[in-house]
Design a protein around this ligand. Structure first.
Ligand code: AMP
Length: 412
């Protein structure tokens, strides 16, 4: 198979790494990619939001499958021209991707499908926002309606700050606060059949102890030894299958990766958010545990033949990933600094580095080129071992102003 992956992050590096290890994949391409992906795939400098350009590239390469990694091209409708050209694509069309592109749309789908989620109001004026905040009380949860790369949500005790965020966003969803631990559960679907992956947990806040601003994610681990038995079956029945069925009944079937961000509250499991693609950094740990070769699964989702697949096989081992971010992330990341120690981090084979915001420098060095720079991932017999290996890898890597959390997958 010839596979083309669209995107630039550590998620795409993780996808490319798994695809490159799949014997069914003969050629692997990525557009636009990054300095790490370049080691396992051929890069193409194509604008990932330009559906015509992506389709032209896929045609030129003779791609048998296009895997769209990030949400922005999905919401922009990159899947449509690919499908129109008869090229199998992993990722939903523009309308189904609204599940992530609009929080208000997601709430509407959940209401119609009977999926448990936080009670909420869609607000466009200061008066509406103030009334919604007072209806729920503190802590206040204010979400930008549109795409915000994981940074559009403010959770605060400060009513003035909540109102300020609402005013800055324009259209927001204000909802009740959900307590309890969070779980990310991914499912691969062809629009009818739903195949859940293993649960993971990510760390959204920038600083240790869940302090600081929300980020795209600072680390993740899997499995979750503390999660209730039967969680995956429950979420399949109450969340994933009803949502996929609802979108199919609306005439806009969702195929690709459905990501349920869940809160296990004292009153039961609730959906915090949906995403329309693999989550970053959870993908790094989920794929590290997947034993079934990836390409055939993604192709079956694209072709509508998931129902005929064998059950997915998983490693019993644990996986941990730790994100290294640049100084100033998430507000104003600094870029352009050389990264040292990349080879040393992987030297003994215990950890592997997945690149996110990196770029090749003029003299063969690798430079920082974004907020989240890379994630160091490791697998071990249990979480403690995987964690120790991942942090040993992190300790080898340095760049100016590098920051990472020290409590990823620490015992709860
Ligand atoms: P989202 O982008 O919707 O996943 O929100 C980002 C983060 O904000 C989530 O991972 C939660 O930590 C937090 N969050 C979002 N919605 C709620 C809520 N209703 N109650 C408590 N925390 C929330």
């Amino acid at each position: 198979m010839k596979v083309l992956v669209i995107g630039t992050g550590a998620r795409e590096h993780a996808l490319c790494r798994s695809l490159s290890q799949d014997p069914a994949v003969g050629e692997l391409h990525c557009a636009p990619g990054n300095a790490g992906i370049a080691r396992v795939a051929t890069l193409h400098p194509v604008d990932q939001l330009d559906g015509a350009a992506v389709t032209a590239l896929a045609r030129e390469l003779g791609a048998d499958l296009v895997v769209v990694g990030p949400e922005a091209p999905l919401v922009a409708g990159v899947a449509e021209p690919l499908r129109a050209a008869g090229i199998p694509v992993f990722g939903p069309g523009k309308e189904a991707a609204q599940l992530e592109g609009s929080k208000a749309f997601a709430k509407d789908v959940m209401a119609a499908a009977g999926v448990p989620t936080a009670r909420s109001y869609v607000c466009t004026t200061e008066q509406e926002a103030a009334a919604a905040l007072d209806a729920f009380g503190a802590p206040y949860v204010v979400k930008d309606d549109g795409l915000a790369a994981g940074k559009g949500v403010v959770v605060t005790e400060d009513r003035a700050a909540a109102l300020e965020h609402a005013a800055a966003c324009g259209r927001v969803v204000i909802e009740e606060y959900l307590d309890g631990p969070e779980v990310s559960l991914f499912a691969i679907t062809d629009g009818t059949t739903v195949l859940p992956l293993v649960p993971a947990q990510d760390f959204k806040r920038a600083l240790d102890g869940d302090q600081g601003p929300n980020t795209g994610g600072m680390g993740a681990y899997s499995p979750l030894p503390w999660a209730p038995e039967g969680l995956v079956a429950e979420v399949m029945e109450s969340v994933l299958q009803p949502t996929v069925d609802e979108l199919r009944h609306r005439g806009t079937p969702f195929s690709g990766l459905l990501y349920a961000g869940l809160a296990l509250t004292s009153r039961g499991t609730r959906v915090i958010e949906f995403n329309a693609r693999f989550g970053d950094p959870e993908t790094q740990v989920v794929l590290a545990r997947l034993r079934t070769p990836l390409a055939g699964v993604l192709l079956a989702a694209a072709n509508g033949t998931l129902g005929g697949l064998e059950p997915l096989r998983w490693s019993d081992e644990a996986a941990v990933t730790v994100v290294m971010a640049s100084e100033g992330y998430p507000a104003s990341p600094r870029t352009g600094d050389p990264i040292e120690g990349l080879d040393a981090a992987e030297a003994d084979g215990t950890a592997f580095v997945l690149h996110a915001g990196t770029a090749p420098g003029p003299d063969g060095e690798v430079l920082t080129a974004g907020g989240r720079v890379l994630s160091v991932t490791a697998v071990g017999a249990d979480l403690a071992e995987a964690r120790a290996k991942a942090y040993a890898g992190v300790a080898e890597i340095s760049f100016k102003g590098a920051q990472h959390r020290t409590d990823i997958a620490a015992a709860r």
